[in-house]
Design a protein around this ligand. Structure first.
Ligand code: R5P
Length: 304
């Protein structure tokens, strides 16, 4: 029997997670119609009956974030109008989080504007996963107190433990920001040693990676972990740097596999032992789902 009064809905980039979530939670799964008018405007129609229900709406603001953001805000703004009791917004990949500062005069701080838009549609809870907040460390400063930043890194670690022998490996974060994920991964893999590299970004696609002194990985296996792989520039340079230091097998893990253009083939050409990502962004390496992590948070916060 389904859990009474709980409805899961998926947007155009969240349906695959909504299906898993509904199955884990034994909840009703509803439909939403999303289409484009000839001029490019977005049309949304919530087909499920949401009256009096706790509605969990999932949409990942991944590739094509602008259209997906409009779709998401339109949907969230309407659920309560239609009589939903509580509304939970699950945004597995939160776009625009890397533009969290005015790097050059006149720039929009995109994540702050996005935060204001989310606050305006008043979801009761927002869950996101491994949001890239570097300079703004606390997402509630941007999205308000209802946001929770969940992590998929332990799920990635569980996959790695299941599929590989990493007993003597070292966990590496390719840049300063990734220390938070390297630390969690090292813990999940049984208390492995972890370290970070130094990255300087030259352009959106080019980075230079340097290795801090004292990192000895000669002949050792390495797990590299990051939040996002976009153009692949960071991961390619990290793999090259680690190979120069004599790393043996390299496993690449990241939560959000945006994998723009030839990113995946650039990485695969360097022959890592494995590349693993989650389904926040569907890709050929989405070997791990974030649905269990979201389900656990929902159970706890909604008393399911
Ligand atoms: C930024 O610092 C992130 O943590 C990732 O390292 C970055 O987004 C990866 O981008 P790319 O794959 O384009 O190097």
């Amino acid at each position: 029997m389904k859990v009474a009064g709980l409805l899961v809905l998926g947007g155009s980039a969240g349906d695959h997670i909504a299906v898993k979530l509904a199955s884990i939670l034994n909840a009703e799964l509803g439909d939403i119609e999303v289409k484009k008018f000839p001029d490019g405007e977005t049309y949304v129609r919530i087909q499920a009956d949401v009256t009096g229900k706790d509605v969990v709406y999932v949409n990942s603001l991944q590739k094509g974030p602008n259209d997906l953001t409009v779709e998401t805000l339109f949907t969230l703004a309407t659920l309560k109008d239609l009589g939903a009791a509580r509304v939970v917004a699950v945004i597995p990949y939160m776009s625009y989080a890397r533009q969290d500062e005015r790097f050059n005069p006149g720039e929009v701080i995109s994540i702050e504007v996005l935060g204001r838009l989310f606050k305006s549609v008043e979801p009761d809870i927002i869950y996101t996963v491994d949001i890239h907040l570097h300079r703004i460390c606390d997402p509630s400063k941007v999205f308000g107190p209802n946001i929770q930043n969940l992590t998929a890194v332990r799920e990635l670690g569980k996959y790695i433990k299941r599929c590989h022998d990493v007993g003597n490996a070292v966990v590496i974060g390719p840049d300063e920001e990734s220390e938070q994920w390297a630390k969690i991964m090292a813990d999940e893999l049984g208390g492995l040693e972890y370290a970070i590299l130094e990255k300087k970004r030259l352009t959106a696609e080019e980075v230079v990676i340097e290795v801090k002194g004292g990192l000895n990985i000669e002949g050792r296996d390495v797990v590299i972990v990051d939040d996002i792989i976009s153009t692949g520039g960071t991961m390619v340079e990290a793999i090259r740097a680690l190979r120069r230091l004599g790393a043996r097998n390299i496993i690449v893990a990241a939560t959000h596999m945006l994998l723009v253009g030839k990113a995946l083939s650039r990485i695969l050409r360097l022959l890592p032992k494995d590349v693993v990502g989650t389904d926040t962004v569907l890709s050929p390496v989405s070997k791990v789902s974030v649905a269990p992590v979201i389900a656990e948070a929902l159970r706890k916060d909604m008393g399911l």
